[in-house]
Design a protein around this ligand. Structure first.
Ligand code: URA
Length: 431
C-alpha cells in the first residue's frame, strides 16, 4: 500500500477501507509516513469528509495504537460521560458521586482545561492533596469499593490521536466533524466503560456554534460508539451562557458542594439529571421519572455528597474542604462588575466570559501555564434576568493579574437590552 495512492483516493472523494485506514494510522504512529503526506490527507478529509464507516475505522485504529483500560474486574455497569468542553461545566463533579450513590460504577479519566474552557482535573486539584494518578489496579479497586474514581489520563491512551491532533492544530484541520468525532471516540473506546453519555455543547462558548453542526457531531459519535459495540447516547446542551453561576476551579468545587447539598443552580441540575437519567437507563438501574426520583433522593439523603467525600478521601484529598468550603484558600480581592444600564440580560458571549476568567489565572492559554485555583467569576445574573444600572452582574475573584482585561471582556460579553429572552438548555437527545 502506498500513502500517495490513499491521499489521491481521498482527494477524489472515494471511501477508504478498514485495511487502508489501519495502514495509515499504524505507519504514521511508527513515523513511516511524513507529516507533509499526513497533512495532505487531513486536508482532503477536511474538505471531503468521511463516511460513518471510515470514521469508525479511524477511531478504532487510533484506539488500537495504544493502551486500553481493562475494567472487566469492576463489578457492575461502568458508566462514563464526556463533555466537548464548556464554561462553568462542573457536571462531572456533581454527576460522578450521584451515579455512584445510585449504584452505577463511575470510572472516569478526565482532562485539563485549555483556553476558555475548564477541565475537571484542575478543579479536583484545587482540593489540597487530591491525587490524580492511580495505577490501573488502584483505580479498579477504588471503583469496586466506593463506586467512583476520577483520575487523569494515564498510560499510553490513543497515541496516534495525540500525534494527529498536534498535526491538525498546525494545519487548520481541527474543525472537521469526522476528525473530532473519531478523536474523542478513540479515547472513549479505550477507557473501558460500558456506557457513555456525550454532552455535546453548542453555542457561543462551544466548539460547535450551530445546532446543525452539533447534531452531526453528536450523531456521528453515537454511530461510531454503536458500531464499535459500546452503548453511547448524546445530549446537545447550550453554551450560550455559562453553566451554573461560578467559573474557576475552587469556585466550581464550591458550587458542586452546594449542588450535592440540594442547592444547585437550576441549569446545572437540569443537565446533570438528564445525563444521569440516560446513564441510569442504559445501565438498567432506573428509567425516566424513576431515575429522576432516585437521583433526587440520593441528593436529599446526602448519599451523593458522602460519595464525593469518599472520593476525595480515597484519592488523598483534604475532606475538610468538602465538609466546610470556608477552608478553601480564597482570592485576595472581590471586585464587582456592574450593569452599565437598566434592562434584561439578553445575551452572554460565553467564550469571552471563559477568557475573562482565564486572564485572571483560572485557566491556561498555553499548556504549561500555571493555574491560580482561587480566582474566577461568580455571576449573580444570567440571561433573562432584569438588572438596574449599577446592579452587580458578577464578582471577580482576583489576585494580582488580569482585572482590567477581565472587566473589559465582561463589558463586551454581556449584552443588556429590552427583550426578556428564554434560554433553552437541553436542545436534543440522540440515542
Ligand atoms: N477534543 C478531542 O479530544 N479531539 C478533538 O479533535 C477535538 C476536541
Amino acid at each position: 500500500m502506498r500513502m500517495l495512492d490513499l491521499i489521491i483516493k481521498k482527494r477524489d472523494n472515494l471511501e477508504l477501507s478498514k485495511e487502508e485506514i489501519n495502514f495509515i494510522i499504524k505507519a504514521y504512529t511508527e513515523k513511516k509516513i511524513p507529516d507533509y503526506q499526513m497533512s495532505s490527507l487531513l486536508m482532503a478529509i477536511y474538505f471531503n469528509g468521511m463516511t460513518d464507516r471510515e470514521s469508525t475505522y479511524l477511531a478504532l485504529a487510533m484506539k488500537e495504537s495504544g493502551d486500553s483500560f481493562d475494567l472487566s474486574a469492576i463489578k457492575g455497569i461502568k458508566v462514563d460521560k464526556h463533555s466537548t468542553g464548556g464554561v462553568g461545566d462542573k457536571v462531572t463533579l456533581v454527576l460522578g458521586p450521584l451515579m455512584a450513590a445510585c449504584g452505577a460504577k463511575f470510572a472516569k479519566m478526565s482532562g485539563r482545561g485549555l483556553g476558555h474552557t475548564g477541565g475537571t482535573l484542575d478543579k479536583l486539584e484545587s482540593i489540597k492533596g487530591y491525587n490524580l494518578e492511580l495505577s490501573e489496579e488502584e483505580f479498579v479497586n477504588q471503583v469496586n469499593e466506593i463506586g467512583i474514581a476520577v483520575i487523569g489520563q494515564s498510560g499510553d491512551i490513543a497515541p496516534a490521536d495525540k500525534l494527529l491532533y498536534a498535526l491538525r492544530d498546525v494545519t487548520g484541520t481541527v474543525p472537521s466533524i469526522p476528525l473530532i468525532a473519531s478523536s474523542i471516540m478513540s479515547k472513549k473506546l479505550a477507557s473501558g466503560a460500558d456506557v457513555v453519555v456525550l454532552d455535546v455543547k453548542v453555542g457561543s462558548g462551544a466548539f460547535m456554534e450551530s445546532i446543525e453542526e452539533a447534531r452531526k457531531l453528536a450523531s456521528l459519535m453515537v454511530n461510531i460508539g454503536t458500531l464499535a459495540g459500546m452503548k453511547v447516547y448524546a445530549v446537545i446542551t447550550s453554551m450560550d451562557e455559562p453553566l451554573g453561576y461560578k467559573i474557576g476551579n475552587t469556585l466550581e468545587v464550591i458550587e458542586t458542594i452546594d449542588a450535592l447539598n440540594g442547592k444547585g443552580p437550576k441549569d446545572l441540575m437540569e443537565v446533570t439529571f438528564k445525563i444521569g437519567e440516560l446513564l441510569l437507563e442504559a445501565s438498567g438501574i432506573a428509567k425516566g421519572d424513576d431515575a429522576i426520583k432516585l437521583m433526587k433522593e440520593k441528593i436529599e439523603n446526602k448519599e451523593a455528597l458522602n460519595k464525593l467525600i469518599k472520593l476525595v478521601k480515597a484519592q488523598g484529598g483534604d475532606v475538610s474542604y468538602i465538609k466546610d468550603y470556608d477552608n478553601f484558600p480564597k482570592a485576595k480581592n472581590i471586585i464587582p462588575f456592574k450593569a452599565l444600564k437598566d434592562g434584561y440580560i439578553e445575551a452572554m458571549d460565553t467564550e469571552k466570559i471563559g477568557i475573562a476568567a482565564m486572564v485572571l489565572g483560572a485557566g491556561r492559554e498555553r499548556k504549561d501555564d500555571i493555574i491560580d485555583f482561587t480566582v474566577g467569576l461568580d455571576f449573580k445574573k444570567k440571561i433573562g434576568d432584569y438588572v438596574k444600572k449599577d446592579d452587580v452582574v458578577c464578582y471577580l475573584h482576583a489576585n494580582l493579574i488580569g482585572v482590567d482585561e477581565s472587566l473589559k471582556l465582561l463589558e463586551e460579553a454581556i449584552k443588556i437590552g429590552n427583550k426578556k429572552r428564554k434560554h433553552i438548555l437541553i436542545k436534543e437527545i440522540i440515542k
